[in-house]
Design a protein around this ligand. Structure first.
Ligand SMILES: [Zn+2]
Length: 85
C-alpha cells in the first residue's frame, strides 16, 4: 500500500476524504484517487523515501486540476512523467 496523500478543495471547500460520508461524493473522490493511483502507482522518492502528495482543486469534480507536491523536484519530475503532463 502506498503512502500517497490526497487533499481535496472543491468549490472553495476543503474535503478530507476520510471524513466523507456522502456516497455520491465518496464515489467522485474514489474515482479521482483511482485515476491518479493508476498513473503514479506506488512511486516513492528514491532518495527521501517519501511518497508524493496531491492537491485536487476545482469548482466541482468535473473540473479538477491536480497539483503535485513532493519532497524534491526529482520526485515531482518522475510523477509528471508517469502522469504524462
Ligand atoms: Zn525526494
Amino acid at each position: 500500500m502506498s503512502d500517497i496523500v490526497f487533499a481535496f478543495q472543491i468549490g472553495g471547500k476543503s474535503i478530507n476524504p476520510e471524513e466523507v460520508e456522502d456516497e455520491a461524493l465518496l464515489e467522485e473522490i474514489n474515482y479521482v484517487v483511482a485515476t491518479i493511483y493508476d498513473q503514479v502507482g506506488d512511486l516513492v522518492c528514491p532518495e527521501h523515501k517519501e511518497a508524493p502528495r496531491f492537491l485536487c482543486t476545482g469548482n466541482n469534480f468535473d473540473d479538477i486540476s491536480v497539483e503535485t507536491h513532493a519532497c524534491c523536484q526529482k520526485l515531482i519530475k518522475e510523477v509528471k512523467k508517469r502522469m504524462n503532463v
